[in-house]
Design a binder for this molecule. Sequence first.
Ligand SMILES: Nc1ncnc2c1ncn2[C@@H]1O[C@H](COP(=O)(O)OP(=O)(O)OP(=O)(O)O)[C@@H](O)[C@H]1O
Ligand SMILES: CC(=O)N[C@H]1[C@@H]2OC[C@@H](O2)[C@@H](O)[C@@H]1O[C@H](C)C(=O)O
Length: 367
Amino acid sequence: MTRAIAKTGVVTAAGAMSGTSLDGVDVAVLRTDGHDITDFGRSAYRDYTPEERKVIAAGFGLWSGEAVEAAAAVIEAAHLEILEGFKDVDLIGFHGQTLAHAPRQQGTLQVGNGAMLADELGVPVVWDFRSADVQLGGEGAPLAPFFHHACARYIGADAPVAFLNLGGVGNITWVDPSIDQPQVEGALLAFDTGPANAPVNDLMQERLGLAYDKDGAVARGGTVETGALELFLAEPYFARVPPKSLDRNDFAEMVALVRELSNADAAATLTAMCAAGVAEAMQHCPIPPSRVLVTGGGRRNPVLMQMLEVSLDCPVVPIEEVGLDGDMLEAQAFAYLAVRVARGMPTSCAGTTGVRAAVGGGTVSVP
Ligand SMILES: Nc1ncnc2c1ncn2[C@@H]1O[C@H](COP(=O)(O)OP(=O)(O)OP(=O)(O)O)[C@@H](O)[C@H]1O
Ligand SMILES: CC(=O)N[C@H]1[C@@H]2OC[C@@H](O2)[C@@H](O)[C@@H]1O[C@H](C)C(=O)O
């Protein structure tokens, strides 16, 4: 029996996201008609084992071949395992794992076969969210902004507000909630701010065998090397007018800029680079947001949060302050986007990915 997706009314969707920091898979449920968020449901998380992480990471930056296939197999197995517990939803939004992203060259690659997941789970799966946007000239990222627009309306924001996601890479969405439809010009401006946690994570791994700088404990004792910070800010990426997007390792050479520094100074400097990228991003916003709502793992780093508070001209708060879940926002975003795709509604536009006309990306696979 095939399971059709209702064309109108509120449906229940689960979103599954595996981000650039490779910690694990997030799954979160929400109810929506594709425009308004009705309510949020349960969520779950599945860690990757060190072995799985190694196999996935070996596929980073590659477009095809055995390493990519091996990474895809790990992604599919991990998602099947966690999504077994979510077979009661109307549909699933499956982001997959980005292995490579070069929208103006080879394209964008998220691995994991959504059609196979739909067959195995017996639930319709929406996947391959980014390809159509890239094929039509967009950056293919970030895609969470249409969901951020719905969140701004859900929390009753009455002035422009920014959502700042600090994962491996940073991305910001500026939202004008007075414009009801996200694809209308002026409602959204979104782009990647620069590297966020990825360079610090790489440094911690390389020097101390740690996955990340927990609570900024290493950076806290260090001094920011202003010369390295200036070199970083001289990168043409920051002056480029958005929309613009990044691959996880686009700034990998930043770790080289701090090679001669002590662990503490190097961590402080890389953390400051993340904050400085965000400060640069604010200059591209049409008007300053009333506040910046921080989501993603970086909001747990008090050293980073303090640097942001000092360098931005508006309040910077973890997104929990407005009642949203900063660990699950991306998974919720792909649940929301799945419903839009299934209903033929756009998921990106000029203000978010630079695509000329609004696009509804994604493939719908019905079991
Ligand atoms: N307590 C903490 N102290 C410092 N940093 C932290 C803490 N908790 C999480 N992080 C950072 O946040 C990262 C995970 O962030 P998140 O889960 O948002 O990334 P992601 O979703 O995989 O990435 P992306 O949004 O780029 O796809 C960790 O790798 C770590 O660098
Ligand atoms: C190509 C890709 O997977 N990009 C991710 C990555 O992680 C953060 C940033 O870079 C953002 O552009 C995007 O993810 C979020 C979920 C997005 O599309 O909005």
